[in-house]
Ligand binder design. Structure first.
Ligand SMILES: NC(=O)c1ccc[n+]([C@@H]2O[C@H](COP(=O)([O-])OP(=O)(O)OC[C@H]3O[C@@H](n4cnc5c(N)ncnc54)[C@H](O)[C@@H]3O)[C@@H](O)[C@H]2O)c1
Length: 367
């Protein structure tokens, strides 16, 4: 029971939680298949005050109101931009709309979270980065896997030197459906693997070659194979398809000392580290001594699993609150678009290698 004084007010000392983070007012624009996950996440995060859900499509908004009855919804993006309580805009709309929405949000003084890919052309991605930097606004790109505990574990293995020197990586992201009409398998799936490979390699590739084929719809490749060349002879390869009998979300990392596999379809035990390798002896008498193959233990590390989208959302809110540079900032997002653009040009040249225009920053790499 609270103790009350003669004025009827509580005599209990007022409790101010000085450690509680300031809540950031946010608006989510784009409430489609993925955007509704952003609405759910920012609705749940204690550091967020979700004030608006916006979409051009009234039916999508009706779905949001049914799920979150207290949430204000609008088809008019300006209504959210005019709200002084909105500090940050979360853009989960179709990629073709990212540039226009992002530029308007920055002009209204808002910080930005933009879903991957940052934009559909290098010029548009550059413009988003430029306006955000010029206005000193936080810009984060939704490269979800950079917030996956298994990917962070792999990065730790690389940084600690446990894998030795990185030789090559390959990713498989294939399944049957969802078949998209407005973007090909490269632009739909590729940002995930490219962002992870750049993160593990701590740089972007200097050259890309891609081959693919459109089987279902003219001009929209359903299957794409991408080869990436990184410095020091390191390579990456990515297989992308929505026309495949398997559902694979797998990344294999081969280093000079050990190898690791991340299988995101596994319910648990998503990472395995193989103490396997091969070495050439300089001092040998027989061929058996010349080539040493090591078949050591397989370790399954215990990695606490958390929902990457919630971690990603919390990271963005912390960046806005404390002025921190995001792990997947605008420049990292721009680098991914540069790689996608080079891969698209290579696709048009039936796999001829294309030089990736140099960017500046990569995750974890000092400029
Ligand atoms: N991080 C991930 O794992 C992940 C997964 C899937 C999709 N995505 C990305 O999320 C974005 C949306 O994808 P999706 O699958 O939800 O697409 P979707 O087609 O299901 O939904 C897009 C929504 O954006 C709305 N929209 C388009 N232009 C708009 C505008 N100018 N103003 C307001 N609303 C607008 C549409 O009405 C639609 O409701 C894309 O960039 C996609 O690449 C990310």
């Amino acid at each position: 029971m609270p103790r009350t004084g003669s004025d009827g007010l509580s005599n209990d000392p007022v409790h101010v939680d000085v450690d509680a983070p300031r809540r950031i007012g946010v608006a989510v624009v784009g409430c489609g298949n993925w955007g509704r996950n952003l609405v759910r996440t920012f609705h749940q995060l204690p550091g967020a005050d979700l004030r608006w859900a916006c979409d051009l499509d009234a039916e999508r908004l009706a779905v949001m109101r049914a799920q979150f009855p207290a949430l204000a919804t609008t088809r008019d993006f300006d209504a959210a931009l005019d709200d002084d309580g909105v500090e940050a805009v979360i853009i989960g709309a179709s990629a073709a709309a990212h540039r226009d929405l992002a530029v308007r949000a920055v002009a209204a003084g808002k910080h930005l979270y933009v879903e991957k890919p940052l934009a559909l052309t290098v010029a548009d991605a550059e413009e988003i980065v430029r306006v955000a930097e010029a206005s000193d606004r936080i810009l984060m790109v939704g490269h979800l896997l950079l917030f996956h505990p298994a990917v962070l574990y792999l990065r730790g293995l690389v940084e600690s030197g446990e894998l030795g020197d990185l030789h090559y990586l390959y990713g498989q992201r294939v399944n049957l459906g969802v078949v998209r009409q407005d973007e090909n398998a490269l632009w739909s799936f590729g940002p995930h693997d490219i962002s992870v490979m750049n993160f593990l390699m701590a740089e972007m590739p200097y050259s890309v070659a891609a081959r693919g084929q459109a089987y279902l719809q003219d001009g929209v490749e359903d299957v794409v194979f991408v080869n990436l060349r990184y410095s020091g002879g390191r390579m990456g390869q990515i297989q992308l398809s929505w026309l495949d009998p398997h559902k694979l979300r797998r990344l294999t990392v081969v280093g000079s000392r050990k190898m690791a596999v991340f299988d995101d379809t596994a319910l648990s035990e998503k990472v395995r580290v193989y103490d396997k390798g091969a070495s050439i002896s300089q001092d040998y008498a027989t061929y058996g001594e010349y080539l040493g193959l090591r078949q050591g233990d397989i370790v399954i590390p215990r990695i606490p699993m958390v929902e990457p989208l919630a971690v990603e959302g919390e990271h963005f809110l912390a960046c806005v609150r404390d002025g921190i540079a995001p792990r997947s900032g605008g420049r990292e997002g721009l680098e991914v678009v540069r790689v996608l653009d080079a891969a698209s040009r290579s696709l048009a040249l039936d796999g001829a290698p294309v030089v990736v225009e140099p960017g500046r920053a990569t995750p974890g790499r000092a400029e």
